[in-house]
Design a protein around this ligand. Structure first.
Ligand code: NDP
Length: 275
């Protein structure tokens, strides 16, 4: 019997998840159908209830419902607990198992697809929202030398660094952008949503060490103001979040179906050149 999965969000038209999971199903021979579900704001639980009642087996969760999914779940994985947000659910009887694969997707994209090891590296993360929270736990195994979180609202970065220090053996520091001064990093991750408004967080070219990887978590936007700044700093290793998107999807697919698809073909299909 064909198993049903979907991505839920509002808006949802823009989602690439059906394309990705349909491609994964084809290459792995899994009998699934994957659709988009537009949930009215405030009706997340009702919408998921009806998807489950119709036989749905699992869902990806996108904005603005990652916190609603956190509240809806019965069984939260550590990744979801630390992130305080859920991006994938699996339905088994009355249980709702919940995960957050965004962070593991980012780490896998950087280490595996971009061949940029994180061990011993100095990492700067811009932003202290859900995506940054999700990235912290998967970083634990990578043993970077240092993680600095900077945020416009510095109190959020401070709260995250306190939380992260309970799990990490390496220093996780919170800073204001103005505290960065001449500090330089081997990996700079833009995990803010500034690029959606074509804005640049108040960063200077000094943040990019020689040989740095500049990673824009948003995807499909070409050369964002953040990536342009990195280019001005002489950075040649630039990436956006398309690989992260594909890798978090592959993690969810493996969790649901027990087989992990290769991501190279969908990444190639979805990549928009950084020009
Ligand atoms: P949140 O809304 O949770 O957090 C947004 C963060 O951006 C906050 O820290 C906010 O600061 C900061 N911010 C917003 N505008 C500016 C600005 N102009 N200057 C400086 N800081 C700013 O978003 P998420 O964490 O969920 O997502 C962050 C990014 O990651 C988005 O671009 C999203 O698309 C991307 N993403 C990509 C995924 C992928 O698969 N590739 C998966 C998940 C997310 P403050 O706290 O001060 O408001």
């Amino acid at each position: 019997m064909t198993d049903r999965y979907a991505v839920i969000g509002n808006p949802i038209e823009q989602s690439k998840s059906p394309l990705i999971h349909t491609a994964f199903a084809q290459v792995t021979g899994q009998d699934i159908v994957y659709s988009k579900v537009l949930s009215p704001l405030g009706d997340f639980a009702l919408t998921v209830d009806s998807f489950r009642a119709a036989g749905g087996r699992g869902m990806n969760v996108t904005a603005p419902f990652k916190l609603d999914a956190f509240a809806y779940a019965t069984d939260l994985a550590p990744s979801a607990q630390l992130a305080g947000a859920v991006n994938a659910m699996k339905f088994e009887g009355d249980r709702v198992y919940a995960e957050n694969f965004d962070g593991v997707g980012w780490v896998r994209d950087v280490v595996h697809n971009l061949s940029s090891p994180l061990k011993g590296r100095r990492i700067l993360i811009l932003g202290a929202g859900g995506a940054t929270r999700g990235a912290l736990l998967p970083l634990v195994d990578q043993e970077p030398a240092l993680v600095v979180i900077v945020n416009r609202t510095v109190a959020k970065a401070q709260a995250l660094s306190v939380l992260a220090q309970q799990h990490c053996r390496f220093p996780v520091q919170a800073m204001d952008y103005s505290d960065l001064q001449d500090l330089a990093f081997d990996v700079v991750l833009n995990a803010t949503s500034a690029s959606f408004a074509s804005e640049l967080p108040p960063l200077t070219t000094a943040a990019f060490a020689p040989g740095c990887l500049a990673y824009e978590m948003a995807y499909g936007k070409g050369l964002t103001p953040f990536l342009k700044l990195a280019q001005q700093a002489g950075v040649t290793h630039l990436a956006d979040g398309v690989g992260m998107l594909a890798e978090q999807a592959a993690e969810a697919f493996a969790w649901w179906r027990g087989v992990r698809p290769d991501t190279a073909a969908v990444i190639a299909q979805l990549t928009i050149p950084l020009v």
